[in-house]
Design a protein around this ligand. Structure first.
Ligand code: HEM
Length: 155
């Protein structure tokens, strides 16, 4: 019962985070880039991140806590967990570190640039966020492919 609840919360938080990045990168980014001039585009992204990042800050501890709980309850500890769990844990931690770097470095500079209307500096930082979020989306998809159904494969 507890394992089922932890797994539901784990996957729900993953869906919010990875699904949000997928939408931002694959759907919103190309339209914003082709239709908006820098001031409007940079303001749009600051607004989008202001709405999205609190969800990521909520999802990260849920994923970590439920993941560690699942390791303890399902496998009796990380030492006895199969390879796909180690892979998920490792990739998940890398994704979390990348998110925190985005939040505290380029996103902070982007907000300052937009507030001071420094569009070239804003563009540089948005470009950095674009690369890092694109990479994190890829890692998220790879982690889901590794994790989902991993228990049915001998990894
Ligand atoms: C960072 C620390 C993480 C830990 C410790 C962790 C741990 C776990 C554990 C123990 C399970 C249960 C696996 C099973 O019973 O077969 C699980 C399931 C799952 N995890 Fe993670 N996880 C983490 C991060 C992530 C991330 C970042 C993603 C996706 C981006 C992810 C996606 C999934 C999915 C889709 C499942 C469901 C697998 C299934 O039921 O077939 N996890 N996780």
């Amino acid at each position: 019962m507890e394992i089922a609840i932890a797994l539901k919360l784990h996957v729900l938080a993953v869906v919010v985070w990875v699904g949000g990045m997928f939408f931002a990168w694959m759907c919103l980014r190309p339209v914003a880039a082709s239709q908006l001039e820098p001031p409007a585009r940079l303001r749009l992204w600051v607004g989008v991140f202001q709405n999205f990042f609190p969800w990521v800050w909520a999802a990260v501890p849920v994923i970590l806590a439920t993941g560690l709980w699942l390791i303890r309850a399902g496998f009796g500890g990380i030492g006895d967990a199969p390879g796909y769990i180690h892979g998920m844990f490792g990739l998940g931690v890398v994704m979390m570190l990348i998110f925190m770097h985005v939040f505290f470095a380029p996103y902070r500079r982007l907000r300052i640039a937009v507030a001071t209307e420094d569009w070239p500096e804003g563009g540089r930082n948005l470009g950095m966020i674009r690369k890092l979020v694109g990479f994190n989306t890829l890692l998220g998809v790879v982690t889901v492919l590794l994790a989902a159904g991993g228990r049915y494969l001998t990894l």
